[in-house]
Design a protein. Structure first.
Length: 250
């Protein structure tokens, strides 16, 4: 049983429980501490992604190159952050709506629950829990749930992020590269030529032309940028003169 944790910004309720979908499709309930070893990056969502007439949010499925499967999202904001997780080289697995966190709300005396938007497994084995919400849409009740979720994550050694709107230019650049994330764009001979060309930094289109016919080379170039085998500054708009080089040389 977990008691209040000093230094975490206020009282923490006595019991955390975690609910998730088990291997056979039934709900599993366990303590927070016992859930720390669950591979949440592999679980199914604890709730669905409904679609209905006059809906104000835009749910859907994202094909993840990290997992090789579809991952759900409930809004375009969630989709953008899911895309960025898929793009991040440190992320080895992703699941949406991975678990319910249950706790006793001391202010109201009621049992509360919250399902974070994403759980990501990092390459070094650590867990990352992500909630997506624009700053201007966080109501006091939501803020309390996010704060408690952050405290719970800290107890079991997971990183917690509450994220709002991402940087626009970065998102647009990554969204373009995401169109080439599928392995079908990995052509070994073209990739080898591109890595050789960009061993020294060069403008994107100049390097594509040096590696072969641009119309055939560019999809492979964008795929290698997505995979992190080539690199450029994605904080500025991607264009024909963008300087590209092999990863780690920027």
């Amino acid at each position: 049983m977990l008691r209040a944790v000093p230094g975490l910004g206020g009282p923490l309720t006595a019991e955390f429980e975690v609910g998730y979908v088990g291997a056979e499709g039934s709900e599993v309930r366990t303590s927070l501490i016992d859930s720390a070893g669950v591979p949440f990056e592999l679980v199914k969502p604890v709730r669905g992604f409904p679609s209905y007439k006059r809906q104000r949010n835009f749910p859907g499925l994202w094909w993840s190159s990290t997992t090789g499967a579809h991952v759900g999202y409930e809004s375009w904001l969630e989709r953008d952050h899911l895309m960025l997780l898929d793009f991040a080289p440190a992320v080895a697995g992703i699941a949406s709506q991975p678990f319910w966190l249950f706790w006793n709300d001391e202010a109201s005396g009621r049992r509360r629950s919250h399902a974070p938007d994403y759980f990501a497994r990092l390459a070094d084995g650590r867990g990352l829990v992500v909630d997506c919400r624009p700053v201007d849409r966080i109501k006091p009740r939501d803020a309390a749930a996010f704060a408690v979720t952050g405290r719970a994550c800290e107890l079991v050694g997971w990183e917690y992020r509450l994220v709002g709107a991402p940087e626009l230019v970065m998102v647009r650049n990554v969204r373009w590269l995401a169109g080439y994330r599928h392995p079908r764009y990995r052509l070994p001979a073209v990739g080898a030529a591109l890595r050789e060309v960009f061993a020294e930094p060069a403008p994107l289109m100049d390097g594509a032309g040096a590696a072969g016919e641009p119309i055939a080379v560019l999809p492979v170039l964008f795929h290698l940028l997505w995979c992190g085998e080539l690199a450029c500054d994605l904080g500025v708009r991607l264009h024909e003169a963008t300087i590209v080089t092999t990863a780690g040389a920027c």
